[in-house]
Write a protein that binds this ligand. Structure first.
Ligand SMILES: [Fe+2]
Length: 308
């Protein structure tokens, strides 16, 4: 069977590669799909989304800002074939995380409906996503167990920051393509089952999250999955020359124009849906009033987007 991700299958890879490259260069406008009702995307809207997802592994959804409610968001993601949510530490009961910068000052506590703000002694402000700091390149859930990897996520903007908070995105298949073109040994090293380890998260003697050991690249049901964090701390890379070379190549990739990075600052009413592509976020500054501060809704899924 044709498998473009098998290093032995040169012609399957070159066909796949040619198909991928045909879509580029591309602009953020190429990802945009207006959706009338978030809770009920039409057949035509689903078809437009499918086209973007098939090509880029991501789409930019544009809806009426008033329509972004957690229940509507869950209906929308269900219509994209996303069923199994990854209930992370701070998601509320419906698995929707409110991404907002946590104020350390107790006088600036968030609204009561903001979901749990602490977990086993860890507080939201301990985790970079819940601050106004930049976030380095990663795919979501890289610290999850190999069988609990995040296949897809959505990120919808309710309120934008006063300044900054821009996302950069790279289709992880494009990262694979550039690395494999540079050297198939990079792919080999990054596909090793012990390529990347994330140590357990232990606080006050309690294990909040077990150690996660696994490959960067894996193929799941015929689809390429990437598990990655550019963080220097709290990550352990396999200690071999090939792994180091592959990591360096990956680092260089983020400043290469031919990997085609999308840069975009979500406006209220806009959202990204993706098959867990590589992404990062710039730092931001917020309005002093918490009711006007940057707020995004995020849901992570164990499934990939399935629009057939
Ligand atoms: Fe993320």
């Amino acid at each position: 069977m044709d498998d473009p991700f098998a290093l032995s299958q040169i012609s399957a890879y070159s066909d796949w590669r040619a198909r991928k490259l045909r879509a580029y260069p591309a602009d953020i406008a190429d990802l945009r799909v207006p959706v009338g009702r978030l809770d009920q995307p039409t057949e035509a809207e689903r078809a437009a989304l499918k086209e973007r997802i098939d090509t880029f592994n991501m789409a930019l959804v544009e809806v009426d800002p008033g329509g972004i409610r957690t229940d509507a968001l869950l209906s929308f993601t269900r219509a994209l074939g996303l069923q199994r949510t990854d209930a992370n530490l701070f998601a509320d009961a419906s698995a929707v995380s409110r991404i907002t910068a946590t104020r350390r000052d107790p006088g600036e506590e968030r609204r009561a409906d903001a979901g749990p703000r602490t977990h086993g002694g860890a507080t939201l402000g301990d985790f970079a996503p819940y601050t106004d700091k930049p976030l380095s390149w990663h795919t979501d859930g890289y610290y999850n167990a190999p069988d609990g990897q995040v296949g897809a996520w959505c990120l919808f903007c309710v309120r934008a920051a006063r300044d900054g908070g821009e996302n950069s995105l790279i289709d992880h298949e494009m990262a694979y393509l550039r690395l494999r073109d540079e050297s198939p040994r990079h792919i080999e090293a990054l596909s090793h089952p012990q390529a990347l380890s994330i140590p357990a998260h232990i606080q006050a003697g309690r294990t909040l999250r077990a150690q996660s050991v696994g490959p960067v690249f894996s193929v799941r049901k015929g689809h390429l999955h990437m598990r990655y964090s550019a963080r220097a701390r709290h990550v352990l890379w396999r200690d071999t020359p090939d792994t180091r070379a592959a990591r360096d190549a990956l680092d260089r990739l983020f400043s290469r124009p031919d990997v085609f990075t999308f840069r975009y600052r979500l406006r209220p009413g806009e959202g990204l849906v993706s098959n867990n592509v590589l992404h990062c976020r710039s730092g931001f500054s917020d309005d002093e009033d918490p009711a006007k501060a940057r707020l995004l809704y995020r849901i992570r899924f164990l499934d990939r987007i399935g629009l057939d």
